[in-house]
Write a new protein. Structure first.
Length: 142
């Protein structure tokens, strides 16, 4: 699976904690992240993460392009709904893209926990459920 990680500034510590808890799950998959979030998570977990630009420099838009191209299987975007800053990524555009492509998007620790537990159990094989023409392993048409 290809999994993307994004976090608003006040949620970066939560993302690190989530990644630490699910390190054994995440290390089995290809992980993408916005620049700062990816750097922080890599530093605490040692996970190999493909980093995009930081959110304010367009990293969320790079991930959005991957969503539009149907190249991601799960997005974890820990957002700060109360005090997000103007320079931080906006979840609404990514949410719309995920809805168009039927890609699961977790926006808080509870939903991220549920989805990553499902990934760990092999139960988040959504591509076969949504479109049986897609291979669950590479996202390409069978």
């Amino acid at each position: 699976m290809n999994i993307a990680l994004i976090a608003h500034d006040k949620k970066k510590s939560d993302m690190i904690g989530l990644a630490v808890r699910f390190k054994d799950v995440l290390k089995k998959h290809k992980i993408f992240a916005t620049g700062t979030t990816g750097t922080l998570v890599m530093g605490e977990t040692g996970l190999n993460i493909i980093r995009m630009k930081s959110g304010p420099l367009g990293g969320d838009q790079q991930i959005g392009a991957m969503i539009a191209a149907n190249e991601l299987d799960l997005i974890v975007f820990l957002r700060d709904p109360l005090t997000a800053q103007p320079h931080e990524p906006d979840v609404s555009a990514l949410l719309r893209l995920c809805d168009v492509q039927n890609i699961p998007l977790a926006t808080n620790l509870a939903s991220a926990d549920v989805m990553l537990r499902a990934v760990d159990r092999g139960e988040l094989d959504w591509r076969k459920q949504v479109n049986p023409l897609y291979s669950a392993h590479d996202g390409e048409k069978a």
